[in-house]
Design a protein around this ligand. Sequence first.
Ligand SMILES: Nc1ncnc2c1ncn2[C@@H]1O[C@H](COP(=O)(O)OP(=O)(O)OP(=O)(O)O)[C@@H](O)[C@H]1O
Length: 255
Amino acid sequence: MIELDRAGRSFKVRREVVHAVRDLSFGIAAGEFVGYLGPNGAGKSTTIKMLCGILTPTSGTVRVAGLDPSRRRTALARRVGVVFGQRTTLWWDLPLRDSFELIRLLYKVDRKIYQERLAELTETLDLGAFARTPVRQLSLGQRMRGDLAAALLHAPDVLVLDEPTIGLDVVSKAGIRDFLRRLNAEQGTTVLLTTHDLGDIERLCRRVMLIDHGRLAFDGTLEELMATAPGEETIEDVVTRLYTGGAPPERAPQR
Ligand SMILES: Nc1ncnc2c1ncn2[C@@H]1O[C@H](COP(=O)(O)OP(=O)(O)OP(=O)(O)O)[C@@H](O)[C@H]1O
């Protein structure tokens, strides 16, 4: 469903070249739920932007649902849903349901299919109480649920998530995680999840990929990830080791 072959993306910043992503190769099969981790500046957002066609790779190839994202952006948009947790794709001044209606028109979703899908998403994401509220008046948790619904109204095969639980309280996080788990298990939607919240990874992802300095530093199961740092008990400590190139995590002094 997602295929990168030696994909790279560099930027010219004044006279310097920044290699945001280098030589990145991986495949994600239909129905997988994959966590995409990496320290700040590692290249995660650049990868996601290449997958969505926002950025064109400067080397190698990227294919999503068999399409070249940068050349087939419109066709791709029908197959992929994207949620950027730090930004909304909803119309700020419109009631949530009007944003959905606009998305239906943009994606040319058949009205009957749209109504069924909207009813299902309204129930599973519990949107009913604020469907008529302008987006600017929604809480962060409500807005995130609205953004998830918006990304899924056209029933995409692939869902790409960039920090979908950022800033949410524990209950809201649990609700979103439960929704994503069911979406993947029951509808077979392929999910690529970028997050700094390792609780998301632990609870949702069978497979984890870790990118560092633009290169793939780990690709395996959660168990294999834990086995990279014998003696470490928590995923935070294991990931800290990987981010710091093998150095053990700093610990608070024992009292
Ligand atoms: N448009 C751009 N122009 C120049 N440099 C860029 C651009 N976009 C990203 N970069 C650089 O590419 C590198 C990777 O950035 P990217 O945003 O992909 O990282 P990230 O893993 O998503 O980080 P974070 O976790 O902080 O969001 C960084 O060094 C960043 O400064």
